[in-house]
Design a protein around this ligand. Structure first.
Ligand SMILES: [Zn+2]
Length: 282
């Protein structure tokens, strides 16, 4: 029984050495494709539940703002990594005023919490830095990297008590996919997401100077502790200096004249496959 359970678990794992967009070597226990499909199931389940509880924001003004900013960032993400036009990009705004957070799973499924909008009160440029940063974690396959860790620790736990059915393994993998966006990133991943995020945002027409002001605002949010966003995105020691240096590099992208391409997001509380595959670049 134990061997069968382990075999099933291992069947979902692929050992590989990958390279991130900034050239860093990553050890991958979960293939990106597997991370994407597990993330999708976890996302559909989570959003379906939140939707039935009335916790997904439906205010068209808020959604239009989020879709515009995110849509412009996604268009740039697809230019940077063309294969991601196959991703089922989507974003939901979760009504949770206490949660100052946002995330993007493997495969481009995102969430933004009302707590971030209310407590940070970001400008469009600052919100673009948040979502650009989140998209970058997915683009650089950090989600699969974190999922590998989560699955490994869960797998060890599963191996002991598992009833050797594949459903339990699936639940474990989906759990890991959800956990992967809730666990802190490594500081190396943070540096990488900062670097890619500010570039996506600048190319999408958002002021790179907003990266510095965003992190300052994050640091000032009071309450019972640091915002969730800071816990899941720990500061690399030289964040401010690195961002300041990047600002100058990114300004030419930001100042480029002309309209920016926009990815047309389709919002479905419980996204279904094969609906949103065609990239809607204008
Ligand atoms: Zn981050």
């Amino acid at each position: 029984m134990y061997r069968l359970a382990l075999a099933l678990l291992l069947a979902t794992l692929v050992s590989a050495c990958a390279t991130s967009p900034t050239g860093r070597k990553q050890l991958m226990l979960v293939s990106e494709q597997s991370a994407i499909s597990q993330s999708k199931q976890a996302y559909v389940q989570t959003m379906g539940k939140l939707s039935s509880e009335g916790k997904l924001v439906t205010d068209p003004k808020i959604l239009k703002r989020v879709d515009t900013i995110t849509g412009r960032l996604i268009a740039q993400a697809i230019i940077m990594r063309p294969a991601t036009n196959q991703w089922e990009w989507s974003v939901q705004v979760i009504d949770d005023p206490k949660e100052v957070n946002a995330w993007c799973m493997a495969g481009g499924r995102m969430a933004l919490y009302t707590g971030l909008l209310q407590k940070i009160d970001p400008t469009d440029d600052e919100l673009a830095q948040v979502m650009g940063h989140e998209i970058s974690h997915a683009l650089a396959n950090h989600t699969a990297e974190r999922m590998s860790n989560a699955m490994l620790s869960q797998g060890l736990a599963l191996g002991v008590g598992i009833a050797a059915d594949s459903a339990a393994v699936m639940a474990g993998a989906q759990g890991a996919a959800m956990l992967a966006v809730m666990l802190p990133n490594s500081r190396t991943s943070e540096t990488e997401a900062d670097r890619i995020g500010i570039e996506l945002a600048a190319k999408a027409g958002y002021d790179p100077r907003a990266a510095a002001t965003l992190w300052q605002k994050m640091g000032k949010v009071g309450g019972s502790g640091p915002p969730q966003f800071l816990s899941t995105h720990p500061a690399p020691g030289n964040r401010q200096a690195t961002l300041a240096a990047l600002e100058a590099q990114m300004t030419p992208y930001y100042e480029q004249p002309g309209p920016r391409p926009m990815y047309q997001l389709v919002r479905t509380p419980a996204p279904t496959p094969a609906k949103n595959n065609a990239p809607a670049l204008r």
